[in-house]
Design a protein around this ligand. Structure first.
Ligand code: PXL
Length: 278
């Protein structure tokens, strides 16, 4: 376990909407990591449900920011990426992985680009294909089923069995994926869960499914996973902790129809802190 890891997270700032950096920063801070940020874009809101949002793509700033950090000799113990601003940006992120990580640093990629069988509005197949090498070179990836299908060129299915999931995991491993945290996998009504796969095997943590697709929960999940993992939790322990925390966040939000755009993750931070004292 690292006492005080210095983490870099690269994702957008959605000013309103409880996703990406406005979720990652507080959760990672609560987990005790020094959290440095590289905003990939600034949006007035997230893109899932709001209309008419503004977008400022920060791709052009990235190489200069990274060059400044290299000049300062700044290196990170971990780098965690989420929603990125453009296809071109993926190459800059790879460059940051290659040049700004300490020797034993871990890289985490949440290929935040799709859900429920469809790409988010800002992305196309060029983006999805460009995400493959970044994912296959990372230490840990956290795709949902839609994203895992895009990474493996598998058809997305709403209903499936363990053989289908195994095929996807085999394809990810064959392409070079190391640790895979596959979220939102359920085999029976009212249940969902997370599959954790690495070279030692496959484990599954099943939990309650509250509702179909809540906005921002992928970011809540990935941030809590990274925070717990950096505290020394195994991938499976971190996956389970992040799942329990995310379920609690959804429970604390359901019933408030006005809060359709995100989850009230702040209200469950005390419980997250308890879960981290294992
Ligand atoms: O939560 C993923 C996410 C992050 N950032 C932006 C988004 C989304 C999902 O739609 O639109 C801007």
């Amino acid at each position: 376990m690292m006492d005080y890891p210095k983490l870099l997270t690269i994702q957008d700032i959605s000013c309103v909407g409880q996703c990406s950096l406005t979720v990652a920063l507080p959760i990672l801070s609560a987990c005790g990591a020094e959290t440095c940020i590289l905003p990939s874009a600034v949006l007035s809101t997230h893109t899932a449900g709001f209309t008419g949002f503004t977008v400022r793509d920060l791709t052009a700033d990235m190489p200069a920011i990274a060059a400044h950090w290299r000049k300062e000799g700044i290196l990170f113990d971990g780098i965690y990426t989420g929603y990125l601003g453009s296809t071109e940006q993926i190459g800059y992120v790879q460059d940051i992985f290659d040049t700004l990580r300490k020797k034993d640093a871990k890289t985490f990629v949440d290929p935040a680009m799709a859900d429920n069988g469809v790409l988010y509005g800002a992305f196309d197949m060029t983006y999805a294909n460009a995400m493959k090498p970044l994912c296959f070179g990372a230490d840990v990836i956290l795709p949902n089923l839609t994203e895992a299908c895009l990474l493996t060129d598998m058809p997305y299915r709403e209903e499936y069995d363990e053989a289908y999931i195994s095929e996807i995991l085999d394809k990810l491993a064959a392409a070079g994926a190391k640790t895979v945290i596959l979220t939102g996998i359920g085999y029976q009504p009212g249940r969902t869960g997370v599959v954790v796969a690495d070279e030692t095997g496959v484990q599954y943590y099943e939990h309650r499914k509250i509702s179909k697709g809540c906005h921002g929960t992928g970011d809540v999940y990935a941030s809590a996973f990274v925070g717990a993992y950096l505290r020394g939790f195994t991938a499976f322990e971190a996956a389970k902790t992040a799942a329990d925390y995310t379920v609690l966040c959804i429970e604390k939000t359901q019933g408030d129809a006005d809060h359709w755009y995100g989850v009230k993750f702040e209200t469950a931070i005390p419980e997250l802190l308890d879960m981290l004292q294992k």
